[in-house]
Design a protein around this ligand. Structure first.
Ligand SMILES: [Zn+2]
Length: 338
């Protein structure tokens, strides 16, 4: 993928192109910014631009070098990511895993010899997740970068990186994409209907990959079901509400569900305040009107109860998911009033 196929990040891409043109590419970069907004794509395009044989400062996307980088088989480009277990035990990519010493040894062996042409490029995804021994070994490589090599650290939690690592990198801060860019991508490239595309773009928080996940997982529909079930509970339905809470607590997408519920209450507050054009769940606007609540304080306290539940089950608290969801669903469904 070349720079010109990437959505957004014009400023960062312009800076990288300028560095290539000037022939003064630093040895190490830190690409920092939220997950799913395109940092890895830019890193891949940069690796391709540094190795593509055709002139023009970017990657042509057509030559053998570009194709090999895209396919992950170019000898100059190595990508490292956190693994659930060591390489020799069949470790697989895992966002909550760790980068291990044997991976860094492989990096070092690739960097040992200068590239015959182009540049050796190491892309480290999840660069905030090094095991201590791996971090030490990697720091040595950063301190004495082999000639003609470029190391790109990619992280959504740059505050977790060692200061000694950060200080050796040229830092680029990537920002979430504008909502309009995500919306246009969904409509033009994915054929999503405008009302739904608007809702997903708002919920995605500027992340194309999150937006794509939402679309693929049938998330729009799941989200409507959550609201319908929640709103159907009355003060006498505590047992059923508790069952629903248990069900929710076991879902893989509990985080997303809580984020969505927050956005749903936020929308209702916004409607209450007379600004319906600001709602995120544009495809559910009618449902919001049908369920108009006159109690502003109740809407606000519900919103904060969801945020509290989200924090309670997340690190570092790791609270009991089922108990947390039971308390939340009872509150939201009004069954507590019994
Ligand atoms: Zn090329």
């Amino acid at each position: 993928m070349g720079f010109n196929e990437i959505i957004g990040h014009e400023r960062e891409i312009g800076m990288l192109k300028g560095l290539i043109d000037s022939g003064r590419v630093p040895h190490a970069f830190l690409f920092a910014g939220p997950d799913g907004i395109g940092k890895k794509l830019v890193a891949g395009a940069f690796a391709a631009a540094l190795n593509c044989a055709s002139p023009g400062g970017g990657a042509c996307g057509l030559c053998r070098d570009c194709a090999a980088i895209e396919g992950g088989s170019h000898p100059n480009v190595i990508v490292v990511w956190p693994l659930d277990k060591p390489v020799e035990k069949g470790g697989e990519r895992d966002p909550l895993g760790l980068i291990r010493i044997d991976q860094i040894r492989e990096v070092q062996s690739v960097l040992k010899y200068r590239a015959e042409r182009g540049a050796k490029v190491v892309i480290v995804e999840g660069a905030d997740r090094f095991m201590p021994a791996a971090a030490n070994a990697f720091l040595k490589t950063l301190e004495e970068p082999p000639g003609g090599s470029v190391i790109i650290l990619v992280s959504s939690r740059p505050a977790d990186l060692l200061p000694t690592v950060v200080s050796r990198c040229r830092r680029l801060n990537f920002r979430p994409l504008p909502e309009d860019a995500v919306r246009a991508f969904l409509i033009e490239k994915k054929g999503v209907a405008p009302a739904e595309a608007g809702a997903v773009a708002r919920l995605s928080g500027g992340s194309i990959s999150k937006a794509a996940d939402y679309m693929e997982g049938g998330w729009l529909q799941k989200r409507r079901e959550v609201v319908e079930r929640l709103l159907a509970f009355g003060p006498d339905d505590a047992d059923e509400a508790l069952r629903f809470a248990e069900e929710l607590s076991k879902r893989d997408d509990l985080d997303e569900t809580l984020d969505f519920l927050k956005s749903w209450y936020r929308d209702r507050i916004v409607v209450f305040e007379g600004a319906p054009h600001l709602i995120a769940n544009t495809d559910m606007q009618r449902r919001m009107k049908d369920d108009r609540v006159e109690d502003f304080n109740l809407l606000c306290s519900s919103f904060w109860a969801i945020e509290e539940a989200r924090r309670n089950i997340a690190p570092p608290r790791y609270g009991n998911r089922q108990l947390t969801m039971e308390a939340l669903v009872l509150k939201l469904s009004g069954a507590l009033l019994m």
